[in-house]
Design a protein around this ligand. Structure first.
Ligand code: C5P
Length: 237
């Protein structure tokens, strides 16, 4: 899958995941497992999804001292997932350690790709200054954290579609930009503020999009997935 549409499996447990995935049987999917599901079901959920043939983004956003992250990543790599992430705020040594851990734990010689969260989309300029005491703008910190992630050897970042053109300029075409906050024009925004359609994401240069509630809460999830995928695959405007 060169430009995957990743479905966020933001569900409580395996039963809910099975119920959601059953009408997708036989399709090649790339899915995202986050904290809620992984902390409830543990590595078994990864084994289950791998057995079903899905590609997996394990979204646990590690952030700790370098050695702890290295060992954590070694364990995650041994699950055979395809994509994992860390917080860029952990710094260069931590990101390099994460990569070392992934190399050490890789199975069948295939290291999971590693991306960094720059600033969470829930962080505002006000919060950055008044709580984190960072005086640079949000945009500047996103850019600088992305460059740091690239210098540390990471494969890309998670970012908003709106940041993709800026990051393409500073980090080049081969750096992955994985973008959540995706909605069709008439979908509910929910709690996302900086949203884009799949076509806008593609035209901006996103490498992968992450779609959650637009598909998982749809009346007909398969139909909604097809509609979004068509736009993502075939965007021309
Ligand atoms: O339901 P929705 O499409 O908004 O879900 C987006 C998914 O992407 C969720 O799993 C959310 O945790 C994740 N995400 C995000 N914004 C980030 C990082 C991850 O929405 N900056």
């Amino acid at each position: 899958m060169q430009h995957p549409l990743i479905i966020a499996l933001d569900f409580k447990n395996l039963q809910e995941v099975q119920a959601f995935l059953s009408p997708f049987k036989g399709r090649e999917l790339f899915v995202k497992v986050g904290m809620e599901l992984f902390y409830k079901e543990g590595p078994e959920i990864i084994k289950y999804l791998k057995n079903e043939g899905y590609q997996i983004f394990l979204d646990l956003k590690l952030h700790d001292i370098p050695n702890t992250v290295k060992m954590g990543m070694r364990s995650l790599a041994s699950l055979g997932v395809d994509l994992v992430n860390v917080h860029a705020a952990g710094g260069r040594v931590m990101m390099e350690a994460a990569l070392e851990g992934l190399e050490a734990g890789s199975i069948s010689g295939k290291r999971p790709r590693l991306i960094a969260v720059t600033q969470l989309t829930s962080t505002s300029d006000v919060m950055l200054k008044s709580e984190l005491l960072i005086q640079q703008s949000l945009q500047e910190t996103v850019k600088s954290y992305a460059v740091l992630a690239q210098k540390s050897g990471l494969d890309g970042v998670v970012c908003s579609v709106l940041e993709v053109p800026m990051l393409r300029e500073v980090c080049g075409d081969n750096f992955l930009t994985v973008t959540p906050g995706i909605r069709l024009a008439d979908d509910a925004k929910n709690d996302q503020t900086r949203i884009a359609t799949p076509a806008e994401a593609r035209n901006a240069g996103s490498s992968m999009i992450v779609v959650g509630r637009s598909v998982t809460s749809a009346e007909n999830p398969v139909q909604k997935y097809e509609e979004m995928k068509k736009q993502w695959d075939g965007a021309t405007v």
